[in-house]
Write a protein that binds this ligand. Structure first.
Ligand SMILES: [Zn+2]
Length: 292
C-alpha cells in the first residue's frame, strides 16, 4: 500500500485567465490526510470552497468549470492534470478570482510549481479507483472506454480536418516522469475564426499566441511553431488526465479516448461512477510497479 501525499510548503502561480483576460493568482497549500483537493475562493466573503469531484462540475463547454450556487472556478483541467501527475491526494488551491491562470496554455508551470512545493507522504494510505471490468461510453462519433490494467495508461486519438492536425494518436503509461516529458508542455489550441467569435461573446479574452497554438485555415500562426509534431493530441491526453481526477481517487486502469472533449470526459466519469460493478475503491492494488 502507498501513502497519501500533499505539499511540504505553499507555492503560488500567477498569470491571466484565458476567458476573463484578467490577472489571476492562485496558491497551492498543504492539506490534511483524507481531505482531497479543494478550490477555495479567497476573494469571496466566507471563503467558500468546493471539492474537485464530478458532482461539482457545472459546465464543460469551453473548459471544465466547478461551481456551486454561490461561486464558480473555471478552467481547472490543466491544474488538476498536474495535481494528478504529481500524485498529490490532499491540497487546497486558493484563488483570488473566478478563473485559474492559463500560463503558457500547458500544465508545465503547475507541475513545476507543485514539485517546487515538495511532494511529501502523509500518515494515511491512498485509496485508488480500481477498474475491475471494462466500461464503454459513446456519443455520436466520439467514444471513451476503460479497461482493467496494472497501472494508469491513457490512449488518445483525435481527428481534425486541418492539414496541420489530421489524425493523431498517443498512448502513454502515466508516471510523474513520463507526464512531465511527454504531456506537460503540450499547449491548448484553437482556430482563429473561433477565437474571434468567442471574443465577441466575451470569452477567450485572454487568449493569445503566448498561451495557445492558434491555427488559421491552413497553417499555425505561432512564430515559434509546435513543441511536438503531435502537440495537439498530447494536449488532449493531458486534459483528459485532469478530467479523470473528478472520479475522486487516482485511477488504476487503461483509458481509451477518441475525440473526447471535456463534455464527453464528464459524462464518461459520471457513467463510471454510476457503474459500481466495474470498479472498487481500495487501498490494496498490488503489484503496482508503475507507481513505485
Ligand atoms: Zn486544455
Amino acid at each position: 500500500m502507498l501513502y497519501q501525499k500533499t505539499l511540504a510548503k505553499m507555492v503560488s502561480v500567477e498569470g491571466i485567465g484565458l476567458h476573463t483576460g484578467k490577472a489571476s493568482r492562485m496558491t497551492f497549500k498543504p492539506a490534511p490526510e483524507n481531505s482531497g483537493v479543494y478550490f477555495l475562493r479567497k476573494d469571496i466573503p466566507g471563503l467558500p470552497a468546493l471539492k474537485a469531484q464530478s458532482r461539482n462540475v457545472r459546465a464543460t463547454q469551453m473548459a471544465t468549470v466547478l461551481g456551486s450556487d454561490i461561486f464558480a472556478v473555471s478552467t481547472v483541467e490543466h491544474c488538476m492534470s498536474a495535481v494528478s501527475a504529481a500524485q498529490i491526494d490532499n491540497l487546497i488551491i486558493e484563488l483570488e478570482g473566478p478563473e485559474l491562470p492559463i500560463c503558457d496554455g500547458s500544465s508545465f508551470e503547475y507541475f513545476k510549481a507543485l514539485q517546487s512545493g515538495g511532494v511529501i507522504e502523509q500518515n494515511a494510505y491512498r485509496s485508488y479507483f480500481y477498474i475491475t471490468k471494462p466500461l464503454y461510453y459513446s456519443k455520436g462519433d466520439k467514444y471513451a472506454y476503460v479497461l482493467p490494467y496494472n497501472g494508469f495508461k491513457v490512449s488518445c486519438t483525435i481527428e481534425f480536418a486541418h492539414p496541420k492536425i489530421l489524425k493523431q494518436k498517443i498512448e502513454l503509461d502515466v508516471t510523474p516522469f513520463s507526464y512531465e516529458k511527454e504531456l506537460s508542455s503540450a499547449r491548448t489550441f484553437g482556430f482563429i475564426k473561433d477565437v474571434e467569435a468567442l471574443q465577441k461573446q466575451g470569452l477567450a479574452l485572454g487568449g493569445s499566441l503566448k498561451n495557445a497554438v492558434v491555427l488559421d485555415e491552413k497553417s499555425i500562426l505561432n512564430p515559434e511553431g509546435l513543441r511536438f509534431d503531435d502537440e495537439f493530441v498530447r494536449h488532449k491526453a493531458m486534459d483528459a488526465i485532469g478530467d479523470l481526477t473528478m472520479l475522486g481517487h487516482p485511477l488504476i486502469g487503461h483509458v481509451v479516448l477518441h475525440k473526447a472533449g471535456h463534455d464527453v470526459m464528464h459524462e464518461f466519469v459520471q457513467k463510471i461512477l454510476q457503474s459500481p460493478d466495474c470498479y472498487r475503491v481500495t487501498e490494496i492494488v498490488e503489484p503496482l510497479t508503475l507507481f513505485a
